[in-house]
Design a protein around this ligand. Structure first.
Ligand code: NAD
Length: 296
């Protein structure tokens, strides 16, 4: 018989991911802190549980898609949490973006219960979650990865096993560094070029053709040129992710000097009330400090 799948955390990402699992024929038991979000999936055939513990009692595989490390720790190890109800031989798959260090600790606690854990953070945003085209980077044992592969394939397109517990989160942190620092570099280039008298779209056209070309210039082009910063991926979430990268750098003894700088820029944007804007709004910080809005 196919595994019954528990799903905890039905937000922007979790809800469409859970829906794609049901569309692929998996039986789902769901829980969310705000119960209405779980009830919405009941209409599609999901069973709504009263606690993470109940989800674990009724499932063979438990997936979590929560904001950050404290929430994943609470849902797994807290009162009425997953570990209180988990079956022997069950699999926990955390798809949230959290600290690799916290993940390693949680994997050890899951193991003490005779179960196992994968960290499987994603990239591809809400569109990738809805369309089932996420990139999924997975840390844990090969056997657990193979067991979860059909579930990953219902939610994503590029599914990669990258190593042992925690390594999925390490790769995700590396991804978030490159994306944030690229947005920052594109922002500086745009403001310098524009204040120097060049049309911003021309700057992107020319740079895209050479070594400077990158996906941020393509995917965030419209948002940056028109200053329409509805998310997308929110500044506050990217700030959280650079925090994760910096803590991991400290733990592993790696210097991340420019990541630290961009982390502070995202912090400033949050303090200026722009935490809910798309991360491409990093542009506005360079514009503010340069006294110039691109294209003006
Ligand atoms: P979200 O805030 O929309 O969803 C989180 C959900 O978890 C909410 O429904 C919330 O009610 C629920 N929740 C919070 N605490 C809970 C608890 N203690 N018990 C049960 N439910 C609880 O966030 P999201 O955008 O769906 O992101 C989820 C994760 O995916 C984050 O780690 C984020 O960094 C990552 N991520 C997001 C995106 C994106 O584009 N939004 C892209 C890639 C990765």
């Amino acid at each position: 018989m196919a595994d019954t799948v528990g799903f905890i955390g039905l937000g922007i990402m979790g809800k469409p991911m859970a829906k794609n699992l049901m569309d692929a024929g998996h039986e789902l038991v769901v829980f969310n802190r705000t119960r209405e979000k779980a009830e919405e999936l009941a209409g599609d055939g999901a069973t709504v549980a009263g606690s993470p513990r109940e989800v674990a009692e009724r499932s063979d595989v438990v997936i979590t898609m929560l904001p950050d490390s404290p929430q994943v720790e609470e849902v797994l190890t807290g009162e009425d949490g997953v570990l209180e109800g988990i079956k022997e031989g069950a699999l926990v798959v955390d798809m949230s973006t959290i600290s690799p260090v916290v993940t390693e600790g949680l994997a050890a606690k899951v193991k003490e219960k005779g179960a196992s854990m994968l960290d499987a953070p994603v990239s591809g945003g809400d569109v990738g979650a809805i369309e089932g085209t996420l990139s999924i980077m997975v840390g844990g044992s090969e056997g657990d990865f193979e067991r979860a592969r059909p579930l990953f394939e219902a939610m994503g397109k590029t599914v990669t096993h990258v190593g042992g517990n925690g390594t999925g989160q390490v790769v995700k942190a590396a991804n978030q560094i490159v994306v944030a620092l690229t947005i920052e570099a594109v922002s500086e280039a745009l403001v310098l070029g524009s204040k120097g008298g060049v049309a911003p779209e021309k700057i992107l056209d020319v740079l895209s053709g050479g070594l400077a070309g990158n996906k941020v210039m393509e995917v965030k082009r419209e948002k940056m040129l028109t200053h329409s910063f509805d998310p997308g991926f929110r500044i506050e979430l990217h700030h959280k992710d650079l925090g994760i990268a910096l803590v991991a750098g400290r733990e592993y003894g790696v210097t991340l000097p420019v990541t630290a700088l961009v982390d502070q820029m995202l912090q400033e944007l949050r303090m200026r009330g722009r935490g809910d804007r798309d991360h491409s709004a990093l542009l506005t910080l360079i514009e503010d400090s340069s006294g110039h809005e691109i294209g003006s």
